[in-house]
Design a protein. Sequence first.
Length: 94
Amino acid sequence: MVLDVTIEDLQFRAYVVVSEPDIDRVADFVPKEQFEEDGDVHVAAIDQKQQAREQIEDIVFNMSPGDAAVFLCANSQVYLTVLEELGQAAEPAD
């Protein structure tokens, strides 16, 4: 899922996917144009839903305007938790 997120004064694009924690997979989810823009692309692998808030806070703390974030979620529970932490209500998977 691709989200435009605002946390405090920072606006950024977030890519949230269920994926193994492999940095090489990021190019599979993020369009080439995102890498060509001025901002950086930050990546976090989140293994447990209890880690979601802390991982997001750590990424956001290090971001600048124009940056993007990729959250590689270990499973659908982590994915849903990350979406919630980013302010996106998600329907549980059936």
